[in-house]
Unconditional design. Structure first.
Length: 377
């Protein structure tokens, strides 16, 4: 087996040639995320000990990601915690390289596999909703404000994370969607829309429509998908009498008010740690110093922009912006722009794109877009 290594990072396992590594990684990422990271780490470690490995110079993307990771690690007062998050990010970089090593034929097969696996994940979610014993934490339903007692999350542990994943898959399905045909894409669109409604994730609803709106600027066929989804989502919300789509109620519910408290605390943390932040994954260790109302069990800032500034300061935010700008230059197709728009809108009120489940998915997708081409200078 031959491997290509970028600096200290393997970028092309031989198993990529027969698609075993990316196939399995894709399946595990959708079905059981801890196994996905263990698998990536195992492939990486095996490659390090192969004698017949080729080494080449690090690319610009590698250097930027290493610099960002170093910033979030060195600035931390709790480096063991931050090291776990740093490792996750490096494994995502490795996943990016695995998928950037694939050719068009392999990517086509992986796209079909992604849609098939997603159908299985969607079905699990629907079964969850109708399962008599299914329950979720009360903080996720806000039952005092809305008449719901369950939100599905399937294999993603969180309704909002699952909602983001569904939106991502729907955007991919829309590339070749023809609603006049009964095929894989139309099945994913229909069942995915049903699941998206049952997550009752307003952020996912709005961000998906925002992504489709960006796509519609370049292809008018997306307008009908916007109309179908809007009618399905908001019509169901109205008919069920839930009110999740009511902006007035959204501004007054506990979820939004809690976010306001989190954002205020994070802004104060940023002021005190402006240069390099407090380190990855350590918000819960600092939050009590800045707020008495925010739970010390909090994991993120509910805003990707505030989270990057909170964890890595202005330095890390600048590096992250350079990475994002480099990826933006690589975008060539409508779906990629739609995914970017969806991610940016979602990031205004949640940190879902930075969760381990979604971060590895977006890394694989970015790698697929890269297709062996160098990261732009």
């Amino acid at each position: 087996m031959n491997y290509e290594i970028t600096g200290n990072l393997i970028t092309e396992p031989a198993s990529v040639k027969n698609c075993f590594t990316p196939f399995l990684l894709l399946i595990l990422s959708a079905l059981f995320i801890p196994a996905a990271y263990i698998f990536v780490a195992a492939v990486f470690i095996v490659g390090l000990f192969r004698k017949n490995s080729r080494i080449r110079e690090m690319g610009r993307l590698d250097i930027l990601v290493y610099a960002y990771v170093a910033t979030g690690l060195i600035s931390s007062d709790y480096r063991l915690i931050s090291a776990v998050y740093a490792a996750i990010m490096l494994l995502c970089l490795y996943a990016f390289h695995i998928f950037s090593s694939l050719n068009s034929s392999q990517l086509g097969k992986l796209r079909s596999l992604l849609l098939i696996v997603s159908l299985a994940v969607f079905i699990i979610g629907i079964l969850q909703y109708f399962s008599p014993g299914f329950s979720i934490p009360s903080k996720w339903v806000d039952s005092g404000e809305y008449s719901i007692n369950r939100r599905i999350y399937s294999t993603f542990y969180n309704p909002n994370v699952f909602g983001f994943y569904i939106s991502f898959i729907i955007l991919i399905a829309c590339e070749n969607l023809d609603l006049r045909k009964v095929n894989l894409e139309s099945a994913v669109f229909a069942i995915g829309t049903t699941c998206l409604i049952l997550t009752f994730s307003r952020t996912s609803w709005v961000s998906l429509l925002a992504g489709l709106s960006v796509a519609a600027l370049r292809d008018k066929k997306y307008i009908k998908y916007i109309l179908i989804l809007a009618i399905a989502i908001f019509g169901t919300d109205l008919l069920m009498g839930i009110g999740r789509a009511n902006p007035a109620r959204a501004m007054e519910d506990s979820s939004f008010l809690y976010r306001l408290d989190v954002w205020k605390a994070c802004i104060e943390i940023i002021k005190d740690n402006f240069v390099s932040g407090i380190g990855f994954g350590t918000l819960f260790m600092h939050i009590s110093e800045y707020s008495s109302s925010v739970s010390t069990k909090i994991e993120h800032c509910h805003n990707i922009y505030l989270q990057i500034l909170t964890e890595t300061g202005f330095l890390g935010f600048s590096i992250f912006s350079m990475v994002a700008a480099g990826i933006f230059k690589k975008l060539r197709n409508i779906t990629a722009f739609a995914v970017l728009a969806m991610t940016m809108v979602s990031g205004l009120v949640d940190s879902i794109p930075l969760t381990p489940q979604i971060m590895i998915m977006l890394s694989m997708y970015a790698g697929a877009l890269n297709e062996k081409k160098s990261f732009p200078d």
